[in-house]
Write a protein that binds this ligand. Structure first.
Ligand SMILES: Nc1ncnc2c1ncn2[C@@H]1O[C@H](COP(=O)(O)OP(=O)(O)OP(=O)(O)O)[C@@H](O)[C@H]1O
Length: 299
């Protein structure tokens, strides 16, 4: 059986004179966590809406599980959280979910299962109106998980949450993906995509600037995050080391960009020879943010 979950090509969408999405293509494979990344208004929601069949397209085609567009049988394999569902604040989490379970003809055992996944098992009997923002978002995620979908589509799943809420939702997404569920999510948060996704597609003004693995987008560039007592001397010496590309001060560290990981050891040996004593030395891959800004600049 093919492991291609979704195949889309040439999708475009126009709102009057505005071209919101141009030639959008995506191949989503089983087990991937694909993040559609882009600033506000770049076309993320438009793309997801078309793929879910809730929005018409002007051109292009897509297919879920190799079947025809809008095939209801395929639609049942997809769980979606596009915008916050309207829950009744006076009803408990369980009773709100039971309404959705009834609509989808699912057994109530599903309600308890999904509440457990999103960590609301103990809050199921409490009124929705008492939930924190993070808990409300997790209940919305629970709705998308009803019926054990093979694919989950999430639009800005951590929108408006505080750092704790963001971390909780991230952990749920990661653990759901570890059970084999394929995930397509939209986000404007680079950090979120870097932490959660295996693949990313970068959108800007409706155009795709990159599509592929997150690792691939990060490239080979390595940053060494350092601290030492004589920063000026380190900067001076680092700039003379042949494999060093860039040196900058950032967040209390001296950041040194090096062309290849294999030169990191040589660099530290050379600095030791020159009498530099590091109190902090941490090797990192380039950040998605840097690559993202580069893509936008090169466009
Ligand atoms: N119904 C509509 N009518 C007219 N223009 C629209 C409509 N929906 C979206 N747009 C425009 O299309 C562009 C893409 O919007 P879209 O919501 O897809 O972007 P987005 O990346 O999801 O943004 P956000 O992160 O703010 O949700 C924007 O310029 C938006 O203003």
């Amino acid at each position: 059986m093919s492991d291609i979950i979704l195949s889309a090509k040439g999708l475009s969408k126009r709102y009057g004179s505005l071209l919101a999405l141009t030639d959008f293509g995506l191949e989503l494979k089983s087990g991937q966590v694909y993040g559609v990344l882009g600033p506000n208004g770049s076309g993320k929601t438009t793309a997801l809406g078309i793929l879910l069949g809730t929005l018409s397209k002007n051109s292009g085609e897509y297919s879920w599980f190799g079947q025809a567009e809008n095939d209801p049988k395929q639609r049942r394999k997809i769980g979606a959280m596009l915008e916050a569902p309207s829950f009744n604040p006076n009803l408990s989490g369980v009773n709100n979910l039971k309404i959705v379970a009834d609509i989808k003809s699912l057994p109530y055992s599903e309600v308890l299962r999904v509440l457990g996944i999103v960590g609301l098992g103990d809050w199921g009997d409490k009124a929705f109106g008492l939930y924190s923002l993070g808990m409300k978002q997790r209940l919305a995620l629970a709705v998308a998980l009803l019926g054990s979908p093979e694919v989950l589509i999430l639009d800005e799943p951590t929108n408006g949450l505080d750092p704790t809420g963001i971390a909780e939702v991230r952990d749920i997404i990661k653990s759901v993906s570890e059970t084999g569920v394929t995930i397509l999510l939209a986000s404007h948060l680079l950090d979120e995509v870097q932490k959660v996704c295996t693949h990313t597609l970068v959108l800007s003004k409706g155009q795709t600037l990159y599509s592929g693995t997150v690792e691939g987008m990060l490239g080979d560039e390595i940053w060494i995050e350092t601290k030492t007592s004589d920063e000026a001397e380190l900067i001076n010496l680092a700039k003379k080391f042949p494999a060093v590309n860039k040196v900058k001060r950032e967040g209390g560290f001296v950041m040194i960009s090096i062309s290849d990981e294999t030169y990191v050891k040589d660099f530290s040996v050379e600095m030791a020879k020159q009498g530099v004593v590091f109190t902090h030395f941490n090797v990192k891959k380039g950040s998605l943010e840097e690559q993202f800004l580069k893509l936008l600049k090169n466009k």
